[in-house]
Design a protein around this ligand. Structure first.
Ligand SMILES: *Cc1c(COP(=O)(O)O)cnc(C)c1O
Length: 345
């Protein structure tokens, strides 16, 4: 079988969520946008609900509707993009809670679904989503009179604890929200780690639950084993892969494995990337193809059945550093061709 196996450890996922929840006195939600960061909302969300999560966050209403089918009635499902034109029926039928981002969305929501829950998203400086302070000042009495389910904002630099932007955004958020009755939320994973001043009433961790930085103590959740299709001996002076970008200096045993950039193994990581065979590191040789990669297995005595790209030795952040990106992008790039094998939960 040449299908690679992406193993998702639901016990580790639950332990990560629990560890983040134990860091604050706030209610801990869970961000499951982008199919739970590529790991599969259908299995991830129920595992987090079983661990105690009661508020879930997604990016768009369609994700929210899919999540409602998975979770059933009960948990709150908040939608960061708010109440967009065309979303009303989904919001009503799936009982979603749009995070209102501006005056137009507020008007749309109150006209179409006056007694349906909503939250408010404020811009405390990131300039991505949410009402600016002046807009909020004009609308807050109207919005607060409806009893919003949540008033939230998002930190731009929370993965850098010493960054002055954190204090600046905290202050801006407090200026906009101190004294209101509605529950407040400012922090994703990074903000949870910044400490109590950032926790407010609800936290919204994503990446830390999935085993990524900046939650350094996270247990890895995803591991990836890729089958070896062929092994060949390559003589000095021969090349491997497209563009002849790697040439053997010595006789080298090369394994061809069944994974490539179509599976989210980013081509850019090629020159720095390794696979593990037990404790032995095996270097990627030449370019990563769409479905195949050459790997140096000269150091191995036996022909390996599989090689491990993601696991305890190499995390999503290790791969991210090879590709010049972040663990989030590694996770959400994981393709659909893997056999997803859920364990625990
Ligand atoms: C994605 C996202 C989160 C979760 O962020 P992590 O860094 O993955 O913990 C929380 N809030 C908002 C608004 C987001 O877009």
């Amino acid at each position: 079988m040449a299908q690679a196996i992406l193993r998702i450890d639901l016990d580790a996922l639950r332990a990560n969520w629990r560890a983040l929840a134990d860091m604050s006195r706030a209610e801990t939600g869970a961000v499951v946008k982008a199919d739970a960061y590529g790991l599969g909302m259908a299995r991830v969300a129920p595992a987090l609900a079983a661990e105690g999560a009661r508020r879930f966050f997604v990016a768009i209403a369609e994700e929210g509707a899919a999540l409602r089918r998975i979770l059933g009635p009960g948990p709150e499902i908040a939608v960061f993009s708010g109440h967009m034109a065309g979303d009303t029926a989904l919001i009503r039928e799936a009982h979603l809670t749009p995070m209102i981002n501006d005056a137009d969305q507020l008007l749309r929501h109150l006209e179409a679904l006056r007694h349906h829950p909503f939250g408010v998203q404020l811009d405390s400086g990131m300039n991505r989503l949410g009402m600016e302070p002046a807009e909020w000042a004009a609308l807050r009495d109207i919005a607060l009179a409806q009893g919003p389910a949540l008033v939230m904002s998002h930190l731009a630099c929370a993965d850098e604890p010493g960054h002055p932007m954190n204090v600046q955004q905290l202050q801006a958020f407090r200026e906009m929200t101190d004294g209101i009755d509605a529950p407040r939320s400012l922090s994703a994973t990074g903000g949870v780690l910044l400490g109590e001043a950032y926790h407010f009433d609800v936290t919204r961790p994503g990446i830390g639950v999935y085993g990524g930085d900046p939650f350094a103590e996270a247990r890895p959740v995803a591991s990836l084993r890729i089958p070896v299709i062929q092994v060949r001996e390559v003589a000095a002076g021969e090349t491997v892969g497209y563009g002849n970008s790697w040439m053997a200096e010595h006789p080298t045993r090369v394994a061809t494995i069944a994974g490539g950039y179509a599976d989210g193994i980013l081509r850019a990581m090629g020159p720095r990337a390794w696979l593990m065979a037990g404790d032995t590191r095996c270097k990627i040789l030449g370019r990563i193809s769409m479905d195949l990669i050459g790997v140096d297995v000269t150091a191995l005595g036996d022909r390996p059945e599989t090689l491990e790209l993601l696991g305890d030795a190499q995390t999503v952040d290790t791969l991210a550093s090879w590709a010049g990106t972040i663990g989030y992008e590694i996770l959400t790039s994981l393709g659909t061709r893997y056999a997803r094998d859920y364990v625990g939960g």
